[in-house]
Design a protein around this ligand. Structure first.
Ligand SMILES: Cc1cc2nc3c(=O)[nH]c(=O)nc-3n(C[C@H](O)[C@H](O)[C@H](O)COP(=O)(O)OP(=O)(O)OC[C@H]3O[C@@H](n4cnc5c(N)ncnc54)[C@H](O)[C@@H]3O)c2cc1C
Length: 445
């Protein structure tokens, strides 16, 4: 291809999303703190505009983290391994880090932390400035097609020619020439929101360097679909607090969340549904008869609803459901789907119809037809297993000199800032360790 070599770079970060920016900043800081002004940190990203996910996060306000982060809010290779990484850069450090950059965070009632400006640009601009302060260069659009590790331990980073854009004037080598790097931080994200550039190519790159990827890679924090003629779809636009529960084919409760749930024309969305989605998808793949049920009145039980209906007298079931807090449309739809006349007086209800309605209220079966896919997912379940990573450095166990962080790894968190906290913590560990290990190897040369 007539490719011309460039000067060898010290640390090349692939992907300048949340994890890659953090890794770049902390690699640069660590080098500066060691008095090293000469070593280079360069982040390459295929996107024309950087930080798309940071800007869309939290409805444009960027839910930076959560006040109470622990490994139980995550799923992935192993919770102890996730804890191990999270504790190296905890919420207090995240808050202090952003405060130092002039980004004050506020905690909302839900425990989520947002910038006081309510504007995600504040977060992204601060990260860019922090990268600039330590001399980390952000080159984009420069999409990486493949990485090769030479026998001498250096990495060749080849661009994906079809996706190559203009390089900034500071980069003088021809745009198609591969970069050569002593250390790589792979932070290409997963497959969620592929238009942003995170389309899973990082998995191919990681596999070519000796890694595996979990057998299952699927959308998480994703809306779920029902058949378009399902009665819940006709409630489109209604939001309420509901309990969603994944049950095995034997009826065992596998996972449960109570949170705001949105009825939509395609099925169900909202935080509760997004949280449960990955557990439902995973369960169904293990057990085809696993299923999802929903309680429209989380504080009630089968017995309490049945008892209340039995005591209705001349009042109707629909009226009671409304008094219990449900919108009129929902009350009517629940009665109708249970085969109960919404306006019939309570004393006219048979025992069977009371039981049928009580069951519909606290355990509506949800015949999920699928999910809305990666385009609507906030995060990816699955990825490179943490068992292939040294957790104290995020360095690969199979490819020395390669570090991985962020969503490319088999870790996904609940809604509420947990996924960014994973990106910050793993990016911090990868960046600082890449710089320290670089120093150790260059000092011994
Ligand atoms: C709509 C939406 C809202 C969200 N809201 C929140 C929220 O409020 N709070 C929260 O905690 N989490 C939220 N998340 C999840 C969070 O954004 C991600 O978990 C986090 O951004 C992952 O960071 P990352 O750096 O690992 O990956 P990404 O942010 O996906 O970044 C990866 C980067 O790598 C680049 N890249 C990929 N492949 C290549 C390649 N081959 N060559 C060069 N560059 C490449 C991409 O262009 C991208 O810039 C949200 C996600 C979505 C989709």
């Amino acid at each position: 291809m007539g490719e011309q070599a460039r000067d060898t770079l010290d640390i090349v970060v692939i992907g300048a999303g949340a994890a890659g920016l953090f890794a770049s900043i902390w690699a640069g800081r660590t080098l500066r703190e060691a008095g090293d002004q000469a070593s280079s940190v360069v982040a390459l990203d295929g996107a024309k505009k950087l930080g798309a996910k940071i800007l869309v996060a939290g409805g444009g306000r960027c839910n930076v983290t959560h006040h109470a982060v622990d490994e139980r809010q995550y799923a992935g290779t192993s919770l102890p391994a996730i804890r191990n990484v999270l504790r190296r850069f905890d919420v207090a450090r995240t808050v202090a880090f952003f405060a130092e950059l002039g980004v004050e965070l506020k905690r909302e009632e839900t425990g989520k932390l947002f910038p006081v400006t309510d504007d995600a640009h504040t977060v992204l601009d601060a990260l860019f400035a922090a990268a600039g302060d330590v001399g980390a260069a952000l080159i984009h659009p420069w999409r990486v097609g493949r990485i090769e590790r030479r026998d001498n331990g250096l990495f060749e980073v080849h661009g994906e020619v079809s996706a190559m854009g203009e390089e900034p004037p500071s980069v003088t080598a021809p745009s198609r020439a591969p970069f050569v790097a002593r250390r790589i931080v792979l932070a290409t994200g997963g497959r969620a929101l592929p238009l942003t550039g995170s389309n899973g190519q990082g998995y191919t790159i990681a596999k070519a360097l000796g890694h595996t990827v979990t057998e299952r890679v699927f959308p998480a924090l994703v809306p779920l679909t029902l058949a378009r003629d399902h009665w819940i779809c006709s409630l489109s636009g209604i939001t309420l607090a509901a309990t969603l529960e994944v049950r095995s084919s034997t009826g065992k409760r596998l996972k449960q969340f109570t949170n705001s749930t949105l009825c939509a024309h395609f099925g169900l969305s909202g935080p509760g549904v997004l949280d449960i989605s990955r557990y439902y998808t995973d369960a169904v793949r293990d057990d085809a008869r696993a299923h999802l049920v929903m309680s429209w009145l989380p504080r009630e039980t089968l017995e309490s609803v049945d008892g209340a209906l039995a005591r209705l007298g001349r009042s109707s079931a629909a009226r009671w459901l409304q008094v219990a807090g449900l919108p009129e449309r929902v009350a009517r739809a629940l009665c109708e789907s249970a085969g109960v006349d919404p306006l019939a007086p309570g004393h006219a209800l048979t025992r069977e119809s009371r039981r049928a309605l009580a069951s519909m209220v606290v355990q509506t079966p949800l015949p999920i037809t699928g999910d809305r896919g990666f385009t609507y997912a906030e995060v990816t379940a699955g990825g490179v297993p943490l068992s292939e990573i040294h957790l104290d450095t995020m360095e690969s166990r199979v490819c020395p000199g390669l570090h991985l962080c962020g969503e490319i790894l088999d870790v996904d968190g609940r809604i509420g800032g947990f996924n960014f906290q994973w990106a910050w913590a793993s990016g911090f560990v990868a960046g600082t360790a890449a710089a320290k290990l670089l120093k150790i190897s260059s000092d011994s040369r």
